[in-house]
Design a protein around this ligand. Structure first.
Ligand code: SF4
Length: 130
């Protein structure tokens, strides 16, 4: 990630954290500390998802109301912070973990569970290397 883009995201994270609701949303999305991974890492991850058979279109009707509300909140923050990735329009929901991929790819690996994920998944790969 080029350093100016990194700084833009870092500044945006700090700005959002200054509000109580922003800090809560970041912590619920990104785990304790509310800090996303670097944009190059998120892009590499979503590139793997885009080639994966488990990436399925998101079925809004099948998402629980509370989960849908959390996704909407987190998506608003993600857009505010310009955390947009190439090809993300084709990223849906993972049919293994059930997660909304545009949000998940920004989460630090220490907050993700690799159990049950296929060997080809970036979560399995990264979990083995930490
Ligand atoms: S299994 Fe892994 S790579 Fe495949 S869609 Fe799910 S999170 Fe992405």
């Amino acid at each position: 990630m080029n350093s100016s883009l990194s700084q833009v995201v870092a500044r945006a994270v700090e700005r959002v954290k200054r509000t109580a609701s922003g800090a809560r949303i970041l912590a619920e999305w990104l785990g304790e500390g509310g800090k996303p991974v670097d944009r190059t890492v998120a892009q590499d991850r979503i590139d793997v998802c885009l080639r994966c058979v488990h990436n399925k279109p998101t079925q809004a009707a099948s998402i629980e109301k509370t989960v849908a509300e959390a996704i909407i909140e987190q998506e608003q923050v993600r857009n505010d912070m310009s955390m947009i990735l190439y090809g993300e329009g084709n990223a849906g929901t993972c049919d293994v973990c059930g997660c909304y991929l545009k949000l998940k790819v920004w989460v630090p690996i220490k907050h993700l569970d690799s159990s049950g994920m296929p060997d080809s998944c970036w979560i399995s790969r990264e979990s083995k290397s930490v």
